[in-house]
Write a protein that binds this ligand. Structure first.
Ligand SMILES: Cc1ncc(COP(=O)(O)O)c(C=O)c1O
Length: 379
């Protein structure tokens, strides 16, 4: 029988929210670039991964477990949840495991949003928030960020603006701290004031993907805040400082009732066997974390100094990346860097067309990036 479907016919069948979705654009994989350009030795500073690679303890566990991947993982993630509960001084009932913290962001929207609801987040905040909100057909209320000439936090979250976007039908507010792609942050005192002004029937998602890179005095007192704000869902990940992005493992800490709701929505085996055990090992490997953070701090200083020397304005950052204003079309400059085997991230999709976001790499990667950037800016 001849098909009666024409192009676009399936899209018309999709839900309204999905029809309008713009897919997330991941950083270009090294292998793909090298194949396309016929080059070798390229470097990827595009997805805020840990350039040191996974720690030795995590690698050991993964090798040991490889012969067991014929078995399903522990669907409840008992050992990892216990370990995380210990780390955060909460109960395992407060923990929900996710296939990356993106999984948790999606679980929250599926559990709490319908097309009759809205979610609030800031301009220039993480690209996954609009996707997960749109996917369930809910509305995104986007708060203006601080202006580019703001004295301390250019393009950062503005608490007043966030509050003013809340409506009667708002069910979730997303706050990334520090935020990606800007790197900007709110202090614990600012966050606490903000949370105190949000009604407790609105779920506050505090996305702490980069929290380990923050100065210690800026990291939130999670346990204390959970007691004070029962509507708080803190998300964290093993993709950044713990260097397990490829295994996809993240988690949330919340009131047990919210954790129970999220656990109802998730797939029964949403986190895999290798990821669960590697995550436990990486939590134990404090040496690798300390080394990664120290390298990030040194790399941050190096890059910031280099940008200053080149008179390129850059946003303040507490993450493992920096957004720099290149004073020209960022996408075109990104392409020129690509030709030289340096992959960074253009951020026009975040409405920052003159910026590039670069992940802080190893010292040699940072040097190569700066040298190549200089060449590309001169050419
Ligand atoms: C702010 C923020 N939140 C969450 C994530 C998601 O990380 P993952 O799903 O790998 O845990 C990222 C990743 O880049 C991020 O930048």
């Amino acid at each position: 029988m001849a098909s009666s479907f024409s192009e676009g016919a399936f899209l018309k069948l999709a839900t309204e929210g999905v029809q309008q979705l713009v897919p997330y654009q991941p950083g270009k994989p090294v292998e793909e670039l090298e194949r396309e350009l016929g080059i070798a030795n390229s470097i990827k500073l595009a997805s805020n991964e840990n350039p040191l690679g996974p720690g030795p303890q995590a690698l050991e566990v993964i090798k040991d477990l490889l012969p067991s991947i014929n078995y399903y993982p522990d669907g409840g993630g008992y050992a990892l949840s216990e370990k995380l509960a210990q780390k955060h001084q909460v109960d395992a009932a407060n923990i929900t495991l996710g296939n990356g913290s993106n999984d948790i962001l999606e679980l929250v929207t599926r559990a709490f949003l319908t097309p009759q609801h809205s979610a609030v987040f800031s301009e220039y905040s993480f690209a996954v928030y609009p996707i997960v909100v749109q996917a369930v057909g809910a509305r995104a209320n986007i708060a203006p960020a601080f202006a580019e000439d703001h004295a301390t936090m250019p393009l950062g979250h503005d608490p007043e603006a966030l509050l003013s976007q809340i409506e009667d039908n708002t069910r979730i507010i997303f706050i990334a701290n520090p935020n990606n792609p800007t790197g900007t942050w709110l202090t614990p005192a600012q966050l606490e004031d903000l949370f105190a002004s949000i009604a407790q029937d609105i779920i506050i998602v505090l996305d702490l993907a980069y929290t380990e890179y923050m100065d210690e005095n800026l990291r939130p007192p999670i346990k204390q805040w959970l007691e004070k704000f029962p509507n708080l869902v803190v998300t964290q990940t093993f993709s950044k400082v713990y260097a397990l992005a490829g295994l996809r493992i993240g988690y949330s800490i919340s009131n047990p009732e919210i954790a129970d709701i999220l656990n109802r929505v998730r797939q029964p085996f949403n986190t895999n066997l290798l990821a669960q055990s590697a995550a436990i090992a990486s939590l134990d490997d404090t040496e690798h974390v300390t080394k990664s953070v120290a390298m990030n701090n040194a790399g941050k200083q190096f890059l910031q100094q280099a940008f200053d020397d080149m008179q390129l304005a850059h946003l303040p950052t507490m993450g493992n990346f920096i957004s720099v204003n290149v004073k020209q079309n960022g996408a075109a400059l990104y392409d020129r860097l690509l030709q030289q085997g340096v992959i960074v991230r253009p951020v026009a999709n975040y409405d920052m067309p003159e910026y590039l976001r670069v992940t802080i790499g190893t010292q040699s990667q940072n040097e190569r990036f700066i040298d190549t950037l200089k060449q590309c800016l001169e050419s």
